[in-house]
Design a protein around this ligand. Structure first.
Ligand code: SF4
Length: 191
């Protein structure tokens, strides 16, 4: 099972190949800014849990990235950031196992300044979206069609088209969950 093999060493390549745009965005911010605001942390943590990254590996990733931030030493990390990781995995607080967020929840969430937990098809302006999709290697026809759907408020349709552009095939059902995007993409490419 490919998902059992997920670990910090191959997570980058999984992120590049199989994460939907919302999660690759959060992952990139984590890796480059070594910080995410609360809802971004929560959304990415639950997604990572959902794709099968273990609590230990998630904690290692989190510690590595957050402590690269000059404002966060390992003491601060333990006090302010480690709890949410355990909490998200149901290992702290009420010990509830929280579900990864659906597209609807992500699309409906409020995204403030300096936050990245929204759906990029909604939160990015068309010019930026076009530029990013082109950078990701999608053809100009696909990019035009995706941006059109996004501008029309059809974010999940845009995401489904993006899936099709990336993997040459439509997903089994249209995208309504980032973890669905991931598992369908892995299945298509790896099996
Ligand atoms: Fe993520 Fe869903 Fe938006 Fe796709 S449609 S980017 S999976 S929130």
């Amino acid at each position: 099972d490919t998902q059992d093999a997920l670990n910090p060493a191959n997570l980058d390549s999984y992120a590049k190949q199989f994460f939907p745009l919302c999660m690759s965005t959060l992952f990139n911010v984590l890796k480059t800014q070594h910080h995410l605001k609360h809802f971004g942390r929560l959304s990415l943590l639950l997604f990572l849990k959902g794709i099968g990254l273990s609590l230990e590996n998630t904690m290692e990733l989190w510690r590595n990235e957050f402590t690269k931030n000059p404002k966060i030493d390992s003491n601060t990390f333990e006090k302010q950031y480690a709890y949410l990781v355990r909490h998200s995995f149901g290992q702290a607080g009420a010990r509830v196992s929280y579900s990864p967020h659906s597209c609807l929840k992500i699309i409906m969430s409020n995204v403030g300044q300096g936050e990245y937990h929204g759906c990029p098809f909604k939160t990015w302006d068309p010019v930026y979206l076009k530029q990013k999709l082109t950078e990701l290697g999608l053809g100009s026809q696909a990019v035009t069609s995706i941006v059109e759907s996004a501008s029309g408020g059809h974010y999940q349709v845009a995401c489904t088209k993006c899936f099709e552009g990336n993997y040459g095939q439509a997903p089994a059902s249209s995208i309504n969950h980032p973890n669905q995007y991931f598992s369908e993409a892995v299945k298509l490419v790896k099996e």
